[in-house]
Design a protein around this ligand. Sequence first.
Ligand code: 8YV
Length: 313
Amino acid sequence: DTPNNVLLIAPVMDSLLARLEANFVVHPLYEQADPAAFLAANGGTFTALVTRGDIGVATSVLEQLPNLGLIAVFGVGTDAIDLSYTRQHGIAVTITSGALTEDVADMALGLLLATARQLCHYDRFVREGRWLQEAPGLSVQVSGKRLGIFGMGNIGRAIAQRAAGFNMHIQYASHQQDGALPYAYFPDPLSLARDSDFFVIAISGGKDSIGLVDKTIFNALPPHALVINIARGSIVNEQDLIDALQSGAIAGAGLDVYADEPRVPAALIGMNNVVLQPHVASGTHETRQKMSDIVFANVSAYFGHQPLPNAIE
Ligand code: 8YV
């Protein structure tokens, strides 16, 4: 009897790790002194792999796993997985579909409010005792403004729903118009940018969206515009973003994701009009528990020869 071996590419929540370990034989690749040698010696024994959306798995690793049948992703992003490779080799990919939509939309609105209303700036202002010396100054209204949402998937829709409660003029750019939505449609992000006070990025990452939000977008936005990114750092040309913030082409940014996580450019860290989060939009106890349950359910279904509940495509 061959054991049900699971290759773990990156650390996951302790409770998920414990649950996987109680049911399968888990081999954390990141704990191997020499991962390449480990894969060369043992790669053939793995039929299932668990990774995170933000980490994915290198194709060079997949090439060492000739018997792999499942990649269970803790997250919804598959941008760090070569899906043409998995398709070609008949490897199923599961994601934590549905679990994190609400939290990520909440974070988008949180970042928008924090950036426009300068919540983090004012927090520092109070803590540093500056309120005793000077007036706090004014911030920017959110309610009633034009919100441009780039990407109208589940997360974009959840952002729009919330923004409706702020009486915002909601408009979106997406590869396809959904006639059932009561929001203004723009065929491309550039025309959306021209007409938006706030520009929220909610498209998928991956090779088709690398650098789509660059200086042409930042120059098209009005100078009072705020840019929010809860999607993937790779979608934004980060140097163009820094330039736009420094030159005043845009007024501020609220970011949960970056080009080279966990490294955040010093230029961004030095800016008071930028709100920075460490990729935590889905990071609530409730949602991470749901994500863990989904990952476990898919790995269990796979080894139990049952249909995979959250397979993509
Ligand atoms: C997670 C994510 O933070 O869903 C995704 O693709 O990026 C996030 O939900 C990540 O996968 C867990 O570290």
